[in-house]
Design a protein around this ligand. Structure first.
Ligand code: HEM
Length: 662
């Protein structure tokens, strides 16, 4: 039955949808005309319907994907489990997922027709080719997986009720962007990693921003006070999304626009339009953050200006997405450049061999990894914001913790974006330095920063059963899974076994050849190293605290395993991943097997430094804990009038007397 509130939601959806889609369509058509994205193909043209239908389907898919996943993110971050608006947000997500599945299927079909340059047909050979496209070709597989994710979301989202399941489905939705990022416009470029990361982050940020606003606009809150709270929560999400859209947009553009002169192209022109639209959106966001949100709590009349501005924002966002979709169909200045003689390094990594690694190049060569750059800078900014908040309240936070955290994050930036990242594909020894720093060096710096304790103290506790960053982190560290992997013994086993499992199984090849594998590897080494260091020297509370002697034993045992692994590499006569490191065509540096031996020495030698640091920290903690325990016993003894000492002396006296009697 359609109730008046449902009617109201439908009306609002109509307004928001018209603003988004209307402006989007207009911008798309203008963008396609400027950039030639729908021009007749010289070879095998699939016809007008496909040339125009493909970008339109893609744009609708971009909108609906953002709304479907964005609604879940907004709900997980803003609503309490028992709030009836949660179910409404799930319905919004489910309907958007249905549109996403439909437009995604059309996008899949039109992409096939466009690539194959054929018309649609009901013949068996056509169906077979389409099936082949979906199952054997990366482009088709990625689009098909995306449609599948939409169908899963469409059905599951209305079957669930809990906030946790809402967040997990949001994570599934976000994960479905990975295949899209892998086949993005510039994914075949020299800088594959930056192209994939930047478009992935761009899609995530656009989703949070556009989908969140759409959901806020439809739900609004049950009264003025709730509207104001929800708008404030959205506004925090939007601020993060805004920064991420700008950073990833520029990162993405950098892979297609090699120099400023290239901005003077159709592609460059469309990009400039997008930058202008982002600037306008940023100004609108700043205005409603500083002026209008406060008025929402004062009732419907005062809120009108806010919701009208949101409608204008929809139109601008729609135009940005329309232009973006046209941009993805426009030839960029780096497309179709003559390739020349392809070297073995280019065949394997996509990029030419870098110059010889000399000591100075450890400082001058950089290959930014946008994801870890964002993670590290974000972690530093949030940490400092937390420390500032404590300081304002007059609470103390040890400076050593802050210094340790920031140093750890700076080392993370160097390891993932500096010379180690630039050379790790070509030299096993450099890969091994990176591995050791990720698994042992960085965690030893990050763990003493006590980030969870800081978050718990600095972030405000939500009062309405909804979950902000503080509550979600608290939830995550208390899950059974987190408690299991954080158990000191499990953490030690994971840490030690990762070495052998990684290098002597296909995981190493996957992490070397595939960008997604590389990112997984960085996350895995960092997390397992963090858990191990946390079990040994953690300031943050953990599920089980081992006695200090056991901690030292665990450290020695794990490190012996590490040294054994290093030695086996130093001695080994077989080249690991020979078809990669042995086929790179390197004209400088050590021969691949010698380089692998150096890698083994590094695994053995570098591991000793963090081990020494860990041993010293554990010993100091042990010493301090002993001191504290002694003081505690002294105080207890003072409180009971030294009864324990008197009793002890009495017992000694009795023993002595017994001896005398004998
Ligand atoms: C500084 C501002 C921005 C820059 C430099 C930028 C840059 C880019 C670039 C280079 C691409 C890849 C296009 C291609 O595949 O060739 C892209 C894609 C995209 N952008 Fe942006 N962008 C900006 C702002 C925005 C905004 C404000 C939105 C929406 C609110 C947006 C939404 C999108 C979407 C949805 C895509 C994916 C398009 C597709 O593959 O169909 N961008 N952007």
């Amino acid at each position: 039955m359609i109730s008046p509130t449902n009617l109201l939601s439908l009306k609002r959806a109509g307004f928001a949808g018209t603003a988004l889609a209307g402006a989007g369509l207009l911008a798309l058509v203008v963008g396609l005309i400027i950039g030639g994205g729908a021009a007749v193909q010289e070879l095998a043209d699939a016809g007008d319907v496909v040339r125009w239908g493909l970008p339109i389907a893609k744009m609708v898919m971009n909108f609906s994907m953002a709304i479907s996943v964005g609604a879940l993110i907004f709900a997980a971050f803003s609503l309490a489990q028992q709030n009836p608006l949660l179910a409404k947000a799930q319905v919004i997500s489910s309907i958007a997922a249905a549109v996403w599945a439909l437009s995604g299927a059309l996008n899949f079909l039109f992409t096939y027709l466009s690539v194959a340059g054929v018309g649609i047909s009901t013949s068996e050979s056509f169906t077979n080719s389409l099936w082949l496209f979906a199952t054997q070709i990366e482009l088709g597989q990625s689009l098909a997986i995306n449609v599948l994710a939409a169908l899963i979301l469409n059905t599951l989202v209305i079957a669930i009720r809990s906030l946790t399941a809402t967040a997990l489905l949001a994570a599934l939705g976000l994960a479905s962007f990975i295949p899209l990022a892998l086949i993005g416009h510039a994914a075949g470029n020299e800088n594959h990693g930056m192209a994939v990361n930047s478009i992935g982050v761009h899609l995530v940020a656009v989703t949070i921003w556009v989908g969140g606003l759409f959901t806020l606009f439809l739900l609004r809150g049950r009264d003025a006070a709730e509207a104001s709270v929800l708008a404030k929560r959205y506004s925090s999400l939007a601020l993060v999304a805004f920064v991420l859209v700008a950073v990833s947009g520029i990162g993405s553009a950098s892979t297609r626009i090699p120099d400023l002169a290239s901005l003077n192209s159709d592609y460059g022109l469309l990009l400039i339009f997008k930058v202008i639209l982002l600037a306008v959106l940023g100004a609108a966001g700043a205005f409603y953050r500083s002026k209008l949100i406060a008025r929402l709590a004062q009732g419907a009349d005062r809120a009108k200006a806010f919701w009208s501005l949101v409608l204008v924002e929809f139109a601008i966002m729609g135009a940005a997405i329309g232009l973006a979709t046209a941009l993805a169909r426009t030839a960029s200045p780096t497309d179709g450049q003559p390739i020349g003689d392809v070297t073995p390094a280019q065949l394997l990594t996509g990029s030419p061999l870098p110059p010889e690694l000399t000591p100075i190049r450890f400082l001058t060569e950089w290959k930014p990894d946008l994801i870890w750059l964002i993670v590290a800078v974000g972690a530093i900014v949030m940490y400092l914001a937390g420390v500032r908040r404590l300081a304002k309240r007059g609470d103390k936070w040890p400076i050593g913790r802050t210094v340790s955290w920031i140093t750890g994050m700076l080392v993370l930036i160097y390891t993932t974006s500096g010379a180690l990242n630039a050379y790790q594909e070509y030299l096993f020894s450099i890969h091994m330095i990176g591995h050791m720093i990720l698994a042992m060096g960085i965690p030893v710096l990050l763990v003493p920063g006590a980030p969870v304790t800081l978050l718990m103290r600095a972030a405000e506790k939500r009062q309405d059963e909804s979950r902000g960053v503080r509550e979600w982190v608290l939830w995550a560290v208390h899950t059974k899974y987190a408690r299991f992997v954080a158990n000191p013994l499990v953490a030690a086993v994971l840490f030690a076994s990762s070495l052998v499992t990684f290098y002597y199984t296909p995981l190493f090849a996957w992490a070397t050849r595939e960008h997604i594998g590389h990112e997984w590897m960085v996350a895995h080494f960092l997390i397992t190293g963090y858990l191990f260091a946390q079990a040994l020297i953690g300031v943050d509370p953990g599920p089980v605290r081992l006695a200090y002697p056991l901690r030292l034993l665990m450290l020695i045992g794990t490190m012996a395993f590490h040294a054994f692994f290093g030695l086996s590499l130093m001695d080994g006569s077989g080249l690991l991943l020979a078809e990669w490191y042995g086929a790179m065509g390197r004209t400088w540096g050590e021969a691949p097997l010698d380089d692998q031996h150096t890698g083994g020495a590094i695994a053995w030698g570098i591991g000793e430094l963090p081990t020494a640091a860990l041993t010293i920290i554990v010993s100091i903690q042990w010493f301090k804990a002993d001191g504290r325990e002694a003081k505690r016993l002294d105080r207890a003894s003072d409180r009971n009038g030294n009864q324990d000492i008197d009793a002890y002396n009495e017992m000694l006296a009795k023993l002595a007397a017994r001896k005398d009697q004998r």
